[in-house]
Design a protein around this ligand. Sequence first.
Ligand SMILES: [Zn+2]
Length: 195
Amino acid sequence: MKTDTLCSEKPAAAMRRRELLAGLAAGLLLGGRRLRAAPAGGVGIELFAVDGRSEGLKNREPVRKSPEQWRRQLSPAAYQVTREAGTERAFSGEYWNNHAAGLYRCICCGTALFYSGTKFESGTGWPSFWKPISAHNVSDSVDKSLFMTRTAISCRLCEAHLGHVFDDGPAPTGLRYCMNSVALNFVPFPAKAAA
Ligand SMILES: [Zn+2]
């Protein structure tokens, strides 16, 4: 049940240029805005440098660990949210009021998930974004828990539950990715890039 319809990722011009050059080199003409599909046998994840530059789509083995391994790696709160689809209390997390520039990465596997430039004040007490950093890096699924039908958002590489997406967000997407701080690891841009 994976679709990209909720994620309107628009690669930067530089990315499109690099993709085009790579495609021409491979003898392929690329259509549309999608990046090249990753080779079979893995998950195509868009990688991002510490300053936020895209490094393109790379094939990665899905990250799979036992509950015991995840428990050893994560805090109890992070385990409950990411591996048991929990939700942190509103205004309790580290990032709902974070205004620094940088990338929000998966607490479980480090995949880049959100960029500070798409964060907005939702007033909900959870960090909120109007789009993921790359449609390749998250997946969505129907969540019928708590007598509601919601769209859950997960890290595509390790299947960590991150939060939910709603359709009452700001322009340009109209989407609100309502995330749990504890599922994320904020990595500020280096001083020069953040200036
Ligand atoms: Zn992950």
